[in-house]
Design a binder for this molecule. Sequence first.
Ligand SMILES: [Zn+2]
Length: 173
Amino acid sequence: MAPTHTTQKLIRHFQRTHGIPLNLRKPRFWANRFNAYYDVATRQLMLPRQARGAELREFTFHEIGHALIHQYVVPVRFISRFVSESPGLSRNKALDLMGDDVPAPPGWVSWYAMINGTEDFCEVLGAYAANGYRSQGEWRFNGFSFNVSEDRLLQKKIAWVEEILQECHLQAA
Ligand SMILES: [Zn+2]
């Protein structure tokens, strides 16, 4: 399936599942290998052309997280919980660690999530959505498998993500 089609299906599914309409242009795909982002000016998800399967799903849901925070007024107290947990790793350091093929410590779905609270929120949302919104059992994310059931910090973060989704849904209604 063409990546544009897959991504648009994921966006539609996300909107329907949570009752959160997103004001987005058609996603754009570009040659930059790992660099995905949400373009605030054009309201577009920018995704790497080569991404497929799990990788494409994970990128798409992560960037939907940024689009959500941009479009809706998420109260500071909801995001600041992630901020207070984040060790504030530099982006370069986080990307180095990602390349080492070592899983992030418990409570974190990736090293990238440690950069700041917003990235942590987007990564947890990405992992949660990419695993069918299951908050128990085994997750796969970013090439690693881990059991979320016994991870207390991750359980808290999933609950925070759900509160943010609920808040956006209420604003949309
Ligand atoms: Zn991000």
